[in-house]
Design a protein around this ligand. Sequence first.
Ligand code: ADP
Ligand code: MG
Length: 659
Amino acid sequence: MELKNIKGIGPTLEKKLNNLGIINSNDLLEYYPYRYNFINIIPISDVSLDENCTIKATIIDSGRVQYIKRNFNRLTFKAISDNAIFNVTIFNRAFLKPNLTVGKEIVLMGKYNKLKNSFVASDIKFNIFDNKIEPIYHLVDGISNSILIKVINTALNDTKTTDYIPSKYVEKYHFINKDIALKYIHNPSSKNEIKQAQIRLKYEELFTFMFKINYLKAINDKAKGLKREVSITSKDDFMKFLSFQLTPDQIKAIDDIYQDLTSINRMNRLILGDVGSGKTIVATYAIYVNFLSGYQSALMAPTEILAEQHYKSLKDLLQRFNINVALLTGSMKKSEKNKVLEDLKNNEINLIIGTHALISSNVTFNKLGLVITDEQHRFGVDQRNTLRDKGITPDVLYLSATPIPRTYALTIYGDLNLSLIKTKPKGRREIITCVKKEIEIKDVLYKMLEELKLNHQIYVVSPLIENNNSDELKSVFDLKEKMDLAFNKQVKIGILHGKLKNTEKDEIMQKFKNGEIKILISTTVIEVGIDVPNSTMIVIYNAERFGLATLHQLRGRVGRSDLQSYCYLVSNKDIERLKVLEESNDGFYISEKDFQMRGSGDLFGVRQSGDMAFKIANLKNDYQILLKAQEDSQEYLKTNAYKDNEYYKNIVETINFIN
Ligand code: ADP
Ligand code: MG
């Protein structure tokens, strides 16, 4: 049902709901409360002195507001409950004054002092519900909780819903009916009802998710690719040219790739390894094998800077194998671009490096056999389509530096084959990490000065661009001022943030790379994989705002040479959690800890397309349900029972269509 057909939703509210991604009544019903208020209303005679309580009362005067200071006001009015008449006081709610209608029944939460005849309220509810459990929704964009409760309840009565859990599993787990589950979740009358509804809705969400993953995996496993005739000795030939010994994990990954590329099945592999674990060289082997069998490769990076970096570091190495490499970026001159495009078409280029624009329609490959995408970016549906339209179905290799625990990787990346690189190359220096409180900032500045004197460079990271009136959070601009003061404006400082144009960003990054800028203050836009070996220190302000995995990624900007590097985490809060980073440089260990401490928050960023954004399930807390859903959906797929179910038939057809 369309939103505008729900009673109580006018054009303004409809628009606001649309902004939340709520388009129809089913979306609205899937806007779940994130917690509940358990309201226990008691008679005023039972209230004990100075204890928090909830009572019913009736308003008996229209109240008055006193403005005490800026941002501080007091609303008082008289109320009656049973036979007790008392004054109600609530702070900073002057805006409630118009709601004070004499004779209206309300619910008061707060503390009652019988001797003084006064009630100091922490909250007032003007809508009294029959049930005593109030669902609390995430509020945005001026939509109040009570409005949400109202329209969702209306939608509950008028919406046809579909149960996506196959009946076999509904029976197996004795799940409650979907309509009832939705009623319970939005309008519960007991904790037990909430629990029953949650389990059922979480299972449904995870079941449908895992079904898609399992189906993708099944067709990927079956997909026919290029069967290359390349000798196993290619491995030794390749390694002979390297100036270092590969780690055992790298060798294992290379073996996996060799298997993939020389079998008839299409490669669809993810190389998962910490920053600096040496994924690029593994990918280079894939390029080499692909070249030996006469095919072209494309390496796609998320930004031009990263693409250029890859180009510079790979060109020399690949020349030794007679592999011809070219770079293609938007900022190149038209004539240069045309030359590259021409050479690519004529198979004179064996490896092309660029951003994701590489797979755009005006790029014609001669014999594309392998696509590698670096750093998290999934190979999008559009890109697959473009390639398929060109009649190409290359092998695909993903590189990702977001370490996640293996068990989770197997499920959320379950459609890909996985090679893990856990051990780092020998001889790497560990980055020294310190957590500092803000009053200890002198230590940090002193260390910065030391590093600057050695002519090293420094990253400073803040969660905000501008200060939005928060005393607690330091912004990029605050920090610029602070640093200018600390170093007497003697040090060249650059600023980088997401609101700059790409060309501006590139320019600043270039200046940092060539050492003109000594301190780079930025938000988290400094990309994963950016390589400025001379930077030996990173200072992260308000570190409590970031997940451990993100902090670890940021820390990976330093420690990129044989110079000792340092990471300072500045925070007044959450010290315990941040200390995990003092302890360890191992991304997999850290992400495991992060999982234990914070839940899957950070993981939602892992899969970019948003298909990981669960509405009710949480990968960490609901892991047991996830495992069941995985097992069951796999079984469901295998028995072919899904072919009789409209919903799953549709999923399968859509996936077939885009692959
Ligand atoms: P990432 O996994 O972050 O992409 P890179 O592939 O960029 O890491 O590798 C980081 C650096 O380590 C590169 O300079 C690379 O040449 C070097 N390297 C890779 N493997 C080894 C190894 N086995 N021994 C020594 N150095 C290595
Ligand atoms: Mg890399």
